[in-house]
Design a protein around this ligand. Sequence first.
Ligand code: SAH
Length: 399
Amino acid sequence: MNQVVELILKPNFVAEVSKGYPLILKEAAESIDDSIEEGTLLKIVRPNRKYIATGYYGKQNKGIGWVLSNNPNEEINEAFFEEKFRQAFKKREAFYQKDDTTAFRVFNGEGDGIGGLTIDYFDGFYMVSFYSKGIYLFRTPIFAALKEAAANLRGIYEKKRFDTNGQYVEQDDYVAGEVGEFPLIIKENGMNYAVNLNDGAMTGIFLDQRNVRLALRERFSEGKTVLNTFSYTGAFSVAAALGGAYETTSVDLAKRSLPLTIEQFSVNGIDYEQQQIKVMNVFDYFSYAARHQLKFDVVVLDPPSFARTKKMTFSTSKDYPKLIGEAIEITASNGIIIASTNNASFNMKKFKTFIDKAFKDKNKRYKIVEQHQLPEDFTTLEDYPEFNYLKVCIIQLLK
Ligand code: SAH
């Protein structure tokens, strides 16, 4: 049984937490014992020591833990986790029944009642990601509960996504069940994607972009030239090629992106030699394209929140307008820019101001023709849109 420590909230944080705000902010605590250990259960109380909620202590980049329950009698044990998992998996019933989509998120952290914990389903393999040491210390009841609640369970893998002594632990661990043979080929709306659950933090596909890939394939690709920047394994390029794109160009700095992109094309029966794959800095590619007066019908922008190369640093919250400006220069008239970010530090409204600024600076008109946030399986709390980190605008340049 984990130890329980009382956490007294400051008066101005009582109302939010009582109403259901799930994150425990450091500044919300009246005082917190420095010797408190990760994974400690927190009895969260008002200044007059009256019970509000039960949570756990686990430091992440934002906050020092998460609320788990508003019931003083509820114990945080295997039965608790099992019930949360069952509810979450039930919500995804329609996904489990699909034949043309075999990978989706089955548990989305605070959106499903346990912040700091996500579970993705890949054709029978459950990949559990722990975002703090605190939640990782509950792994025994979590895995026991998962084995009880999981449908079509073939195997379990885990990802430790937290900082230990300044080092991200990214070695992957097989946990239980069948040992996967990787790459595993999953389906998404009938497209194939090769995934690897045993090779670093990233699996080869970001499941939260499913609807955007479908939009690109169905509505923006036919006969078009498509530039996919920050392309990683080329997941957007595959969608575009299957949607009938005339040619795709994938650009990523990481050397591994070349074999991974070839693989994604190949598992879809697309001849990668008919596509362009460039291992280079996106910003150098923009200069190259401008110099050669290349224009694309569609440009996909999906940068990491922060990136540092030898020459430069890029931060979406500072540099997104500039990125869009570069894209405008090489987009054909009436062309499309798909601008995406997963930076949680600003919202959709702010993101749109970046877009607006970029177009104003270039003296160009535009229209946002579609916008996307997290898909249905990435359950979020309606009252707290700040946890819906994904923001995608599909923008048409107007003449
Ligand atoms: N769009 C991808 C995911 C992008 S992940 C998808 O849908 O799957 C971010 C990628 O950006 C990483 O693969 C990283 O190697 C790449 N990257 C970061 N900085 C870069 C830069 N300056 N130029 C090119 N690629 C970069």
